[in-house]
Ligand binder design. Sequence first.
Ligand SMILES: Cc1cc2nc3c(=O)[nH]c(=O)nc-3n(C[C@H](O)[C@H](O)[C@H](O)COP(=O)(O)OP(=O)(O)OC[C@H]3O[C@@H](n4cnc5c(N)ncnc54)[C@H](O)[C@@H]3O)c2cc1C
Length: 423
Amino acid sequence: MTHTRALDRITDKSEPSHIVILGAGFGGVYTYTSLPRWVKKQYRITVIDRRNHFLFTPLLPEVAGASLDQHSIVEPIRDIINRDVTFIQSTVISVDTNTNTIVLPDTIITYDILVAGLGSKTHFFGTPGAEEHAYILKTLDDAVHLRNRFIDTFETASQTTDPVERKKLLSFVIVGAGPTGVELAGEVSELLFDTFVHQFGSLDIDDVTLTLVNSGDDVLSMFDLPLRQYATRALTRGRVVLRNNVRVTEVTPFGVVTDTGEEISAQTVVWTAGVTANSLTCSCGTFTVDRGRILTDRYLRAESIENVFVIGDMALFPTEDNRGLPMTAQVAKQQGQTTGKNISRLLKGQPLYPFVYHEKGLLASLGSFDAVAQMKGFRFKGVFAWFMWRTIYLFNFASWKKRFKIMADWTVNLFARRDTTRL
Ligand SMILES: Cc1cc2nc3c(=O)[nH]c(=O)nc-3n(C[C@H](O)[C@H](O)[C@H](O)COP(=O)(O)OP(=O)(O)OC[C@H]3O[C@@H](n4cnc5c(N)ncnc54)[C@H](O)[C@@H]3O)c2cc1C
């Protein structure tokens, strides 16, 4: 069946169309929640994701830094969708837009309308050794793995009598000073220099080093200069060693090698430089792919394919500067909301709404009680920005249950040290 025949089926009311949403991340979930009730009642809807939860990625650094419990930042997909909607926990292998089929490991599914929101994956820019030796922060498993790594390293160091070996163990490098790298550095610096140093009486704080390596001139390059300078001062105060204008050319089991040939020793390297990666997570039939992302029209439909919407990190939306929109949750959420409304318009045979992105502002946490925020021409920093950051994230989270859980975790953090239980 070609996609134009699928479109005929959609407008032919005798057979209910099958709407399939690939990915229950920001794009997929907001597509689903923005579908009008009558669409959810009258049409067959299937959601497919390899995980059974929605992950609130902006709070991943807090899980890695042991200030939030991992269950607090995920929501079961079955709590989000209606019970009569089909959810399939499976991995999408490929999509064929000529036959309107999706290939899963053990079955093939046919769709009439498809929404592809499978996100992105970490990009290492071909840096030798990075994929093998660096830790990443993209999924909940990554965050838990990283937190465990920090704990294990300190436990091992506390039993190491050789001072040189101990120092090596306690050296950490984060590569990339975009929002993820900076937020992680803020969180980890408190975990290392506050919680661990307090818990491990035998270890000397001067043996611990946390280096943030950044290929640009400044951290948080998308923020205005005064906020970048503020973030730099805050990180430095938190004992983070900032290395700007340094490009990592290799990651080894013993640290990173830079473009000047310098070796920065570290037993733990975290790669956040490529979280806005451009590679796709599935092979995608006949889509037009540019810089790893699927080219869309102004209505978020894959170019020349009228029954397939592509949203979020996967989509290369046409912009004046030809760079596409940033790969952020804000963009994915708004694209999901527009797509939900446009599916109902497509089903009614009405013209679609073009997608218009409204930038809501930029926020980055620098650890407890400190953050920077930039909104509608205003700049905020320090405790006020931190409260703003927390409130906005809290109200963007899916359910009240999880909002209360996060609020409870944050309240406990005001009075107690981070939970360093090894899981
Ligand atoms: C650590 C971190 C911090 C971030 N902080 C912020 C922030 O503060 N603000 C902000 O705006 N953005 C932030 N982002 C970016 C934001 O998370 C993404 O831009 C956003 O999640 C993109 O939404 P999406 O729907 O395209 O993809 P995702 O939300 O990643 O969802 C994709 C879904 O597809 C599923 N999937 C992927 N491949 C397959 C497959 N083959 N088969 C089945 N299912 C599959 C995944 O399991 C996932 O559920 C952050 C990202 C990270 C990693």
